[in-house]
Design a protein around this ligand. Structure first.
Ligand SMILES: N[C@@H](CCC(=O)N[C@@H](CS)C(=O)NCC(=O)O)C(=O)O
Length: 185
């Protein structure tokens, strides 16, 4: 069975949300990060960077939450995407993982970055229910998880972005979101 390595309140919850959405059986291995278990040889053999999440799927090891999401979508998604579709999916997963996450979590540039990033996101989500259009996808996990961290962790005022607020609400109501993002992992 696929193993997902995470810790208390870590980005493993993002991967967990997607595993739950896809109904992929998995075992969650919770590392005691306070005690430094992610820096021990056993885990460094899986991710030499000493960061979670990481997965072990059979003989295959992978780390970086965005890469894991894309791998799971490709392997378990049962959909053959064109290079263009794959490009769009990667665009949003990388955006969520890097541009959006940095824009929101780096306090020194947050105000400026949010003014750039939130209005176009609000416009897109005001016109369609999901990041890629009318269908939920891995892009929603990548972007939705970062957006959902805002009320969970930062308590920023998002009232200027009603479509984003509504999107966070819709995502938060998904049972898989609650199992994954609400798991405290
Ligand atoms: N970009 C990476 C970030 C991984 C990351 O920084 N994980 C944190 C937990 S959320 C971690 O393992 N921190 C432990 C440490 O840096 O010692 C990803 O999305 O997987």
């Amino acid at each position: 069975m696929l193993k997902l390595y995470g810790g208390a309140m870590s980005r493993a919850s993002i991967v967990r949300w997607y595993l739950e959405e896809m109904e992929i059986p998995y075992e969650f291995v919770k590392l005691d990060m306070q005690a430094g278990e992610h820096r021990q040889p056993d885990f460094l053999a899986i991710n030499p960077m000493g960061k979670v999440p990481a997965i072990v799927d059979g003989d295959f090891q992978l780390w970086e939450s965005g890469a894991i999401l894309l791998y799971l979508a490709e392997k378990y998604g049962k959909v053959n995407h064109s290079p263009e579709e794959r490009g769009k999916i990667s665009q949003w997963v990388l955006f969520g993982n890097s541009t959006l996450a940095t824009g929101i979590f780096v306090e020194s540039s947050r105000e400026k970055e949010m003014l750039h990033l939130m209005p176009p996101l609000d416009k897109i989500l005001g016109e369609q229910p999901f990041i890629l259009g009318n269908k939920f996808s891995v892009a929603d996990v990548a972007v939705g998880s970062v957006l959902a961290f805002i009320p969970m962790m930062l308590k920023l005022d998002l009232s200027a972005y009603p479509a984003i607020l509504n999107y966070i609400k819709q995502m938060s109501e998904r049972p898989a979101f609650q199992k994954g993002m609400g798991s405290g992992s």
